[in-house]
Design a protein around this ligand. Structure first.
Ligand code: KG4
Ligand code: ZN
Length: 336
């Protein structure tokens, strides 16, 4: 059978990314232009700035993806693009570019849900995952537990009622003056501190369901910081360590419970927060005790990238589930 080459484009937040993936499995190029340094001075992503930077970068990033793969424009069979969820202005840059590119080359357009891409990053890296599985999706905007019959079927079995895990990391880091993006900043500070010197709440841990809530933990961490900032009875690193521990414990306990109740042998992690070292370590340690196999992508494929978009779109190409050129972008999650 002929090899299928898909160009993936990702512009949902602050990374302009393009990648070419062969047969949904082999990454031929993976180019990421991150705007982190631009948004850092504002303490978070400024949507309008992100959109404008995507416009400046997109053509160069796509060209680089072709160069890295050693391919010409006409070599690709389809163009895949993230069209939801994300910052609307940012998404529109990728969607508009992809439409123009697909039309000019006479190739089909494939619309990709960003979260499906994050989940698929696991398959890109570890092809041999046995399904059914439970997947913990933890990104900047979403936190959900999914039951997956196979890689194409997702059933939400629990989600956050308020802040996403990544959002809590980002907001707490900003409040503690640790910088942006908050997840890596808290992870770094936490490595210098000790969890447990003070106690933050493990919210919903005792509830017998798969719902999450992180806004109370966030507020508790901020209030603790107001108390100790001047007195210095504790270091900011100790608070960061306790915050990370409280959040990670809940994610790990609930994910393992979901895996056990659903009798699955595979537990997947997806999204930017799955890059967290402590989460990876604790999930693996606890899952090993239950004979459950944990999968997470390498760091480069865990945070936003376009290889996961080009990879997951392969199935849509095979089933001819093409998107029309009227394709629109959606800031929220239409469905999983
Ligand atoms: O998936 P992602 O790159 O973008 C979205 O789709 O949202 O996730 C970004 C989120 C941010 O909240 C960031 O702080 C968090 O992932 N993150 C981390 C780590 N690296 C990124 N959170 C905790 N620990 C990390 N090492
Ligand atoms: Zn993402």
């Amino acid at each position: 059978m002929k090899d299928i080459l898909i160009l993936g484009i990702e512009t949902s937040c602050d990374e302009t990314a393009a990648s070419i993936v062969k047969n949904g499995r082999h990454i031929l190029s993976n180019v990421i232009n991150s705007q982190i340094n631009i948004h850092r001075e504002f303490g978070g992503v400024v949507p309008e700035v992100a959109s404008r930077k995507h416009i400046e970068n997109i053509a160069v990033v796509v060209d680089n993806a072709f160069q890295e793969a050693g391919l010409g424009y006409n070599d690709v069979d389809a163009i895949a693009v993230t069209n939801q969820p994300g910052l609307i202005g940012a998404l529109l840059v990728g969607v508009s570019f992809a439409k123009g590119f697909a039309w000019a080359l006479g190739r089909p357009l494939l619309a990709v849900n960003h979260l499906h891409g994050h989940i698929y990053a696991n398959v890109l890296e570890h092809g041999d995952i046995s399904f059914p599985a439970v997947c913990l999706v933890v990104s900047g905007g979403h936190t959900s537990l999914l039951y997956m019959k196979d890689i194409n079927h997702y059933k939400v079995i629990g989600e956050t009622r308020d802040d996403a895990a990544g959002e809590a990391f980002d907001k707490v880091a900003r409040f503690l003056g640790l910088g942006y993006p908050g997840g890596p900043a808290i992870q770094k500070a936490a490595a210098q501190g000790t969890a447990g010197k003070m106690k933050l709440p493990r919210i919903f841990l005792d509830k017998n369901d798969f719902e999450f809530s992180f806004s109370g933990l966030k507020t508790a961490a901020m209030n603790a910081w107001k108390r100790i900032e001047k007195s210095r009875e504790l270091e900011v690193t100790d608070l960061a360590a306790e915050f990370q521990q409280a959040l990670v414990e809940v994610l790990v306990e609930k994910s393992l419970k979901a895996a056990k109740i659903n009798r699955v042998e595979s537990l997947l992690m997806a999204g930017g927060v799955a890059a967290n070292e402590h989460l990876r370590f604790l999930m693996k340690e606890k899952a090993d005790q239950e004979n459950i196999k944990v999968y997470y992508p390498s760091l480069a494929l865990c945070t936003d990238n376009a290889a996961m978009i080009a990879g997951v779109a392969y199935q849509q190409y095979i089933t001819k589930s093409y998107a029309p050129l009227e394709l629109n972008a959606h800031p929220g999650l239409l469905s999983l």
